[in-house]
Design a protein around this ligand. Structure first.
Ligand SMILES: C[S@@+](CC[C@H](N)C(=O)[O-])C[C@H]1O[C@@H](n2cnc3c(N)ncnc32)[C@H](O)[C@@H]1O
Length: 220
């Protein structure tokens, strides 16, 4: 991987104030390398150009890390107590792998219906030495949890995402949906058993595009 890509990653991480160490930057670069190599064989993502993978996948996912960390801190867990996160429809590991690198106190399970994608994620956990990352080959509808945080990016409408993952979320858990433009229509289509409690706008370094996180919680 080129020095220019690494420098773009370092600058982006700095701009987002992530305080990543050299080892974390190394791991993210190694992930980009893995994604690029396996993509040729496994067709993990439509994005093929490494430069575009950096902005549209890595930096895009990193932009959500401050929000995730803030929520994890708000849970007030004791030192050593783990937080359980499910990343739904992870595909090539976005944002799940990035979250696992940046938040070692969170156990990130990445579920995907496509066997080769789940196998890639399992392989990534071993190669990148991330004991807090796991790939699961399943439909999210079949998972039980309980997960404290259920995330997704580019997965499905909010109603499908929350309905399909309802069995996996803890009673006090939250959904964290990464979206482009604020999805007003999808929010209006939600039933009374789901509450949107925050919509947070994000700025992705090097990407001039609208991004937001829709935060939701189960009701009842
Ligand atoms: C558009 S891709 C998004 C991948 C990744 N999150 C990203 O942002 O690049 C959606 C992924 O959801 C997976 N998927 C679709 N339905 C699913 C289900 N019911 N349970 C788990 N994964 C599912 C697909 O196999 C696909 O990999």
């Amino acid at each position: 991987m080129s020095a220019a890509l690494r420098s773009q990653l370092e600058q982006g991480a700095q701009q987002l104030n992530l305080g990543l160490g050299v080892a974390q930057i190394d791991t993210l670069m190694a992930f980009l390398d893995l994604l690029q190599k396996w993509n040729k064989v496994y067709n993990l993502t439509a994005v093929r150009d490494p430069q575009e993978m950096m902005t549209h996948h890595l930096l895009d996912s990193l932009a959500a890390v401050p929000a995730l960390r803030r929520h994890v801190a708000s849970l007030g867990r004791q030192p050593g107590e783990r937080v359980a996160q499910l990343d739904v429809g992870s595909g090539g590991g976005l944002p799940g792998v990035v979250f696992a690198v940046c938040c070692p106190e969170v156990d990130v399970h990445c579920v995907d219906t496509v066997a080769k994608k789940a196998a890639f994620l399992q392989q990534a956990a071993v190669s990148l030495k991330l004991p807090n990352l796991k790939g699961i080959h399943a439909r999210v509808e079949s998972l039980k949890g309980p997960y404290d945080i259920v995330s997704c990016r580019a997965f499905a409408s909010l109603i499908d995402f929350t309905t399909w993952s309802r069995g996996a979320i803890a009673p006090q858990g939250i959904w964290f949906a990464m979206k482009g433009k604020k999805p007003d229509d999808e929010m209006a289509a939600l039933g009374a058993d789901v509450q949107v409690f925050h919509v947070e706008h994000l700025q992705v370094p090097g990407l001039d595009a609208e991004r937001c996180i829709v935060w939701l919680r189960p009701i009842g």
